[in-house]
Design a protein around this ligand. Structure first.
Ligand SMILES: [Cu+2]
Length: 120
């Protein structure tokens, strides 16, 4: 019985991985200063966590943190060398100038929250 449960859990995990890497497409967005991308920080996930923007444009992100755990206190854009502090139950904004195509990961301090920005 236990083995069956483990097998099913394994299959679900594989399905999730396939979905994430092959089937999920980033949401295309064109944010501006008046309409930033709003990202909710709650229950261990950024939502949205995967989106696509145009190369050469400024991107405005607004993080709204509802998670009180200290883990959610920072968003780190490692490849850009940028960090944004998130006060609880408030919003914090960051402006990114993205001139190169590629993928930009953003995470919390301990990499539990994860998101990805595709620049094309
Ligand atoms: Cu964390």
């Amino acid at each position: 019985m236990m083995q069956l449960v483990v097998n099913i859990a394994g299959l679900l995990l594989i399905g999730l991985i396939i979905y994430w890497f092959w089937l999920a497409h980033p949401r295309k967005v064109t944010p501006n200063q008046a309409n930033p991308i709003e990202i909710l920080v709650r229950d261990g996930v950024y939502s949205p966590a995967y989106f696509q923007v145009k190369k050469g444009e400024k991107v405005f992100l607004r993080f709204i943190r509802e998670d009180p755990s200290p883990c959610a206190a920072k968003v780190i854009f490692n490849s850009l060398g940028k960090t944004l502090e998130l006060p609880i139950n408030e919003s914090a904004e960051i402006e990114l100038q993205l001139d190169n195509a590629g993928e930009i990961d953003f995470t919390c301090d301990m990499h539990m929250y994860r998101g990805k920005l595709v620049v094309e």
